[in-house]
Design a binder for this molecule. Sequence first.
Ligand code: FAD
Ligand code: MG
Length: 353
Amino acid sequence: MKRFLIWVSFLTLPLLLCGCGRQEPQRLQDVDTAMGTVIQQNLYVLGEAKECPEEILKRIRDLEERTLSWRLESSEVYGINRSGGRQEGFEVSEELGQALQTCLKLTEDSGGAFDVALGPVARLWDIDGWASGQRTGGFRPPDVRVLTQALECSGSGRLRLETSADLGRDGGKARLYMEEGTMLDLGAVGKGLALDRILEYLQTNDAVLGSTVSVGGSVLTYGEKPDGTAWRVAITDPRDVSGSLGMLVLEGQWCVSTSGDYERYVESGGVRYHHILDPSTGYPADSGLCSVTVVTKEGLLSDALSTACFVLGREKGMELAGQYGVEALFVESSGEIFMTPDMEKLFRGKSDR
Ligand code: FAD
Ligand code: MG
């Protein structure tokens, strides 16, 4: 009997010790604004990791202030937009060089439907300004002649990016040459790039077990929930934005981006003018879609492809999604939903739940 008790204590002691040292995961939630949008964080962490939401916000704001803003003098895009026509070009950071390289490839692959050199046209419409209420006094679409001039100054054909062979391997260089009058607008990839920066931070932080971070229309899922259930990301109903069409059920790390005509728009004369522009016309894209959601591992790609697919429409958008090996869900103006085959495994419509 004595021997049996000794054995029992010997076997249970390590378990008890483990139990004593085990930390219970805590849930941290945070809502704030950056990049002109709402940032929602939901993190499961071990121990004292209260700084995580602040660190994540810092990275998003840094990306905006140092790299992407077209309004803040501190950013690279601001500097580049003032460098149009400069013979010696503009030396860009490795981060922006890589992003531009991917964007220029997507411009080619989308037949020009996606274009980060659409700045003159986007600033002329300024849908963001009207939609956010910063501009008041009665919206009117731009004058056709002025729009034509802005279109002539736009397009990636007016850019040339020279990169060293080691770009992306720390230390690589990139130089951008841009014709006078052209302006960059990375609004279509900013939130996705933010997801990539957040992911880098989370991957080096052992305290974070799992999280979802939503940067406007782009959502990052990462790691696991303590209860072992999957992440759920709602897809907004484009015609009733207070409701959802269904959920994406995702395990582990994913980036989900949605581009829709309901996110930023202004109405005039019964017409909805939204912020996703067709580079072939200079007008808001009219491809028969009201939203596209793309799911893939990289934020820059999910964000860029959701915009590109929106402009291309369902058929060509499906082809592009297939070419890049990503999952996509298209909502047509009629309300009909179409998906890539593997998206069907991730999506639970309202009636499936
Ligand atoms: P997405 O579909 O991902 O992108 C749409 C945006 O991409 C458009 O708003 C336009 O900027 C651009 N775009 C439109 N058509 C195309 C196309 N065919 N190809 C490529 N791009 C296209 N973002 C910045 O990057 N820098 C800023 O300085 C900045 N300032 C802002 C200030 C305010 C007050 C607000 C409200 C927003 C600001 N933004 C800025 C955000 C930006 O303007 C867009 O609103 C936002 O990026 C839209 O993201 P989305 O995910 O909704 O749409
Ligand atoms: Mg986008």
